[in-house]
Design a protein around this ligand. Structure first.
Ligand code: SFD
Ligand code: AMP
Length: 610
């Protein structure tokens, strides 16, 4: 093949320069002054990842300096929101370090809103602080640029390399430049995967011309999960997908509205409805419904039931708050600096929230480990607090030696958000540097064959297209290949119908899941025949393959957990109740990289904080 191969040898390779990745590069330089630190990013770190458009709040800040909260309080909050199941060691570790990351953001020029009376950061809610955050991403990118030896933008990483001298050790990563088409080989002593969560696993509510208008970024393609799964890393809580209440059609987040503007919801007939579902929910989950604040999934449950009962649409009552010009400004700015599409949708549909209460909807499910859910890789915890079963080496190292993760990549650490993901990147990098130092001069073996085989695999979709295109005279339907968009829609449809998406009101059961898994397996074979017209489509092809692996993992986990732990995220129709006796545990999976077989197991939940 006439494709140029570019080699880069380094100590620390960071895959994905989002919140976790920038934090990792920054901290790796602090501990590893003389190490070579490289970032490989599929877009451009200045505007990549979930924070590309900016954010209006930092959702995780303790405020310990002012006695506002302690790390233990945050563990209790996350545990409560996740119906009892989080990795408390990782949650505590993140929470005890997150404030210092936030203070760095301010030092680097991020404008924070301040409380005029106290001079402290302006609180949106107990955990959230408000920022003028349109430029949040370029600001953290700058810190990473000042720290890394080299940043490769426009590199879609497709696979991790393995050290052939050891059974289970990472040796770097490979990918391609989406602009030049060069093949890139990164040999590294440690790899930190921070490639973000997954949208477009399930069919989105916004389809057709609106398909780019999802809540989590449409370019979040599950690479963090797929790269780790391909390398044989164990995953945890992949069934714990997230569904969010969002403003309809533009997917504008609701946190600032509920918490700061004090807006509230009502059904289509102007009535409060959440309390009317109390008994119904209590029958499913018991005393969890009495916890404060009400867990996110249970708020969703009331919403979904109310709409099913025929009393939709659900409205957010904005008309009262928006009479105050300051709050009106905050309401609009919240979207203009974070989710511009919501402001545009309102303008295009003649919705002025000062006069009309806008509709809310429940989103399609997303997969991520940094927002209000726990999906991601199973990793080792901090030495000083983790129980033995959670500790097998270095902090944030997965079950593959030398492979670390941060942000959405890591499982069990809900409610980290932007600041917590950056913090996890720092923690992972500190541990990765220690790992490299402990390796000393131990050699790694990465054969030309391994590198050559990946090259063949990566560019195959272009080959498929070039050959197959001759068989048709026009149009996009070919007997020999499937375009990435066609594959994506097939994947989304199966996940939607069989694994609990919006069109079935998030309902599934063992029979549906077994069939869904069969269909996903067939798809894996079909996706060998994806055709890529150009480099852009080659990137789409690999994003699709990463999404498929993520989806398979979600389906396997959902089948394994025989209960409905989080009504409002999904329902197992054959096990409609929360079952603490059998399922007060974490779920783990491992896909054998050779055979493709999935193995499931349970892991205990340790309550470290009382
Ligand atoms: O309101 C490859 N998030 C919010 N966090 C907050 O703190 N406050 C908020 O207000 C938040 N809200 C919010 C949020 C996200 C979105 C999309 C909206 C609103 C509209 C969540 C945070 O953004 C999130 O927790 C972190 O960003 C997660 O960090 P991380 O590092 O896990 O993911 P990333 O930032 O998306 O970065 C991933 C990077 O990897 C790159 N990448 N690079 C190479 N090869 C591949 N194969 C790759 N695949 C991906 C990406 O390009 C990216 O740079 S609110 O809703 O709660
Ligand atoms: P969101 O904008 O929905 O992504 O939420 C941002 C933050 O506010 C997250 O920490 C949420 O858990 C929190 N949040 C959103 N809505 C509510 C609510 N009604 N009650 C309590 N917390 C909320």
């Amino acid at each position: 093949m006439g494709i140029k191969t570019v080699y880069e040898d380094c100590d620390v390779l960071v895959v994905g320069g989002g919140m976790g990745g920038t934090g990792a590069a920054y901290e790796a330089r602090y501990w590893g002054r003389n190490l070579k630190i490289v970032i490989a990013e599929k877009a451009n770190i200045d505007r990549s990842g979930a924070v590309a458009q900016g954010l209006y709040a930092i959702n995780c800040y303790m405020g310990t300096q002012w006695g506002e909260n302690n790390p233990e309080d945050h563990v209790r909050y996350a545990r409560n929101d996740l119906m009892g199941l989080v990795r408390e060691d990782l949650a505590f570790d993140m929470a005890r370090h997150v404030d210092s990351a936030v203070h760095k953001f301010e030092e680097w020029g991020l404008p924070f809103m301040k409380n005029a009376k106290t001079g402290r950061y302006l609180r949106e809610g107990k955990w959230q602080i408000m920022i003028h955050g349109e430029s949040f991403k370029p600001i953290v990118a700058n810190a990473a640029r000042n720290s890394a030896d080299k940043i490769y933008n426009r590199i879609m990483v497709t696979h991790l390399l393995m050290d052939e001298s050891k059974g289970n050790r990472v040796g770097g990563a490979v990918g391609f430049n989406v602009r030049t088409g060069d093949y890139h080989v990164f040999r590294a002593k440690a790899v930190i995967v921070a490639a973000g969560g997954a949208s477009h696993i399930f069919k989105p509510r916004s389809v057709g011309e609106g398909m780019g208008r999802t809540w989590y970024a449409p370019w979040s393609s599950g690479s963090a999960y797929a790269l780790s799964i391909q390398a044989g890393a164990k995953m945890t809580q992949m069934e714990n997908r997230i569904v969010l209440a969002r403003f309809k059609d533009g997917y504008g987040p609701v946190g600032a509205y509920f918490l700061h503007l004090k807006t509230y919801t009502q059904n289509g007939y102007g009535n409060e409805y959440e309390s009317t579902w109390y008994d119904d929910t209590k029958a499913m989950v018991g005393e969890y419904i009495d916890h404060q604040p009400t867990p996110t999934c249970l708020r969703n449950h009331a919403f979904i039931q109310e709409v099913k009962a025929g009393r939709g649409p659900i409205h957010m009552v904005t008309k009262e708050a928006f009479q105050d010009p300051h709050l009106e400004e905050v309401g609009w700015e919240n979207f203009l600096g974070m989710t511009v599409s919501q402001a545009v949708v309102w303008a295009s549909q003649d919705i002025d929230p000062k006069y009309i209460n806008p509709e809310l909807t429940t989103s399609e499910p997303y997969v991520m480990g940094s927002h209000a859910t726990c999906s991601g890789a199973w990793c080792s915890g901090p030495e000083d607090i983790s129980p033995d079963e959670y500790q097998w080496g270095y902090n944030r190292m997965m079950t593959v030696d030398g492979l670390f993760g941060a942000g959405d990549a890591i499982g069990g650490t809900a409610h980290a958000f932007s600041s917590g993901s950056f913090t996890e990147g720092r923690l992972a990098a500190k541990a990765a540097v220690k790992y490299i130092r402990d390796l000393r001069n131990e050699n790694m073996e990465i054969s030309d064959k391994q590198i050559g085989d990946f090259k063949q695999t990566i560019f195959q979709p272009m080959e498929n297209y070039t050959i197959g295109r001759n068989e048709i005279t026009g149009g996009t339907v070919s007997p020999s290949y499937l375009l990435p968009i066609q594959g994506l829609q097939r994947l989304e449809k199966v996940m939607d119908e069989y694994v609990g998406g919006t069109s079935v009101n998030y309902m599934t059961n063992d029979k549906l899941l077994e069939r869904g898994i069969q269909l996903l397996d067939v798809m894996e074979e079909d996706f060998e025949h994806i055709g890529a017209e150009d480099l852009h489509q080659l990137q789409r092809a690999w994003e699709l393959k990463h999404r498929l692996l993520t989806a398979q993992s979600v389906a396997q986990h959902t089948l394994f957990r025989e209960e409905t732990r989080w009504p409002g995220y999904y329902y197992r129709g054959d096990h409609m109740k929360l079952d603490d006796e059998n399922w007060h545990c974490l779920t783990l999976s491992r896909r054998d990289p050779e055979s493709g077989e999935w193995q499931m197991e349970k892991a205990p939940v340790y309550h470290i904080v009382d």
